[in-house]
Write a protein that binds this ligand. Structure first.
Ligand SMILES: *Cc1c(COP(=O)(O)O)cnc(C)c1O
Length: 477
């Protein structure tokens, strides 16, 4: 293929892709949020036989767009309130496109100089935004899950090194024992990190939380003192998945440190309260922790996959991840990502983060965090006054819980659970908004999470109206 041919192939398919992408963005206000196609329909449209011969790029993309259409969830819109799913601000989507076009192998400075420097800058900016110490080391990883792995690998290294054990060389066979004291309401990704690191979930001790979902100081003290000789990781939460609850860091972290424990914080979305002057009080003291895991692809509104790991003991972090090979040229001055990240070859995910932060600025990010919290409160409060609805958790940040009581005479708790499922399913089917359910303190609830930059008052109004309509039609069935 000549150079001109290569260029014209690129230009045709990329221009075409721009049209497809803009068409999708334009459709967001009117398309149903839930995917419409069934599994079988998707398997039929997408599941072609392995192609014997190739196809021109434009046809590949046209077919792709047509084939997946019914299977796309509209979470890029402002009316998806399920799980904790962020959107992506335009500059970060555009930077993500360029990331693929530039196709840098972003493991090291020698192969990706610009990306390396972008990540150095992102690290500095993120620490400042989140109010963490400037000396903290970092890694841009695929998500909070791998941020946990990165941080807890450093914790394992440091705690065992203190007991004269080199875990990088000698592994865990015969190693000194390690235990993890956890907020009992934690996110399951922590358990998976613990499994991946070979520690095993049996070392996790679930500590009970108070009515507000917070780990109490006396509970932690008793647990720490129950076995003060064993190397200990204390896992705290900034933002519970259901309620957005924050552990009281300012008292718990010094307490854990007095027993030489390593404190890791799961702040997948909640750590971003630190970027808002109004909400910063929620994370007071969190800067004293030893490691922190958070996401770019949730509240910061960077495209997937994007998470951030931060480690206070940068030497332990380096010992855990650093890597040498005869064919790799390390930089004497730049920060080679391979020494801080669990991946080898990797995407240049710094560009999208860099672009998101530049588009919003510090003020814009604070506004995003505060605005989405306001929308979560309006959603929960307006849904809460609908007939049969009940607020189980009024958002203190961007997460809330509502429940729908069955109108059946003599309805039991399990009828209410079932009715809550029915209402949420009816709303998803109507397509105006999208919520998921969860079990919290024994009750099925509909979870309300707002973390998309696009959500506005009209989205809230449309979502509330849709819930009201669904409640009404279920009542008159
Ligand atoms: C989403 C989430 C995770 C996992 O993050 P990923 O980015 O999906 O890997 C961990 N903890 C909490 C509290 C979360 O909300």
């Amino acid at each position: 293929m000549s150079r001109l041919e290569t260029q014209s192939q690129h230009s045709e398919v990329l221009r075409r892709t721009l049209d497809h992408a803009l068409g999708y963005v334009d459709s967001l206000p009117t398309r149903k949020i839930a995917a419409r196609a069934s599994l079988n329909e998707l398997r039929n449209s997408i599941g072609r036989p392995l192609p014997e011969i190739g196809l021109d790029a434009v046809s590949v993309i046209d077919d792709l767009v047509a084939d997946v259409e019914g299977g796309l969830l509209g979470n890029a819109s402002g009316r998806c309130f399920a799980w904790v799913i962020g959107g992506a601000v335009p500059a970060s989507v555009a930077a993500d496109w360029l990331t693929s076009t530039w196709d840098q192998n972003s493991g090291m400075y020698s192969v990706a100089p610009a990306e390396t420097v972008v990540e150095e800058v992102c690290g500095r900016w993120l620490l400042e935004l989140l109010g963490l110490p400037v000396s903290v080391s970092f890694a841009l990883v695929t998500g909070c899950q791998m941020a946990h792995v990165t941080c807890l690998a450093a914790a394992r290294n440091a705690l065992l090194a203190k007991r004269g054990w080199d875990v990088e060389r000698d592994g865990l066979n015969g190693a000194p024992a390690l235990r993890i004291l956890c907020n009992g309401d934690r996110h399951g990704s922590v358990d998976r990190a613990v499994r991946l690191l070979g520690l095993g979930t049996a070392v996790m001790v679930n500590l009970p939380v108070d009515d507000d979902g917070r780990l109490g100081v006396e509970t932690l003290r008793a647990a720490l003192e129950s076995d003060s000789d064993t190397a200990t990781i204390v896992l705290l939460q900034a933002g519970d998945i259901n309620t957005g609850a924050y552990d009281p860091f300012a008292t718990l972290i010094p307490l854990a440190h007095s027993q030489e424990a390593w404190v890791h914080v799961d702040g997948a979305f909640g750590l971003w309260a630190g970027a808002s002057p109004k909400l910063h009080h929620l994370v007071k003291g969190v800067e004293q922790a030893d490691s922190w895991a958070t996401d770019g692809h949730k509240w910061l509104n960077v495209p997937f996959d994007c998470g951030y790991a931060f480690v206070a003991d940068s030497e332990a972090h380096y010992r855990t991840m650093s890597h040498r090979a005869s064919y790799l040229t390390h930089s004497q001055e730049a920060r080679d990502q391979i020494d801080w990240n669990p991946e080898y070859s990797r995407r240049g995910r710094g560009f999208a983060t860099y672009a998101a932060i530049r588009q919003m600025g510090k003020n814009g990010i604070a506004d995003l965090i505060e605005r989405t919290c306001g929308h979560a409160r309006s959603l929960v409060n307006q849904i809460g006054v609908l007939s049969g609805a009940e607020i189980l958790w009024e958002p203190s940040i961007n997460q809330g819980l509502v429940r729908f009581r069955s109108p059946k005479p003599g309805a039991t708790d399990s009828d209410h659970d079932q009715h809550t499922e029915e209402v949420a399913a009816a709303v998803r089917k109507a397509g105006e908004a999208f919520f998921q359910t969860t079990t919290w303190r024994g009750h099925r609830c509909m979870r309300v999470s707002v973390c998309n930059w696009q959500t506005n008052d009209s989205d809230v109004e449309r979502a509330v109206r849709s819930v009201a309509d669904c409640l009404e039609s279920l009542r008159t069935l």
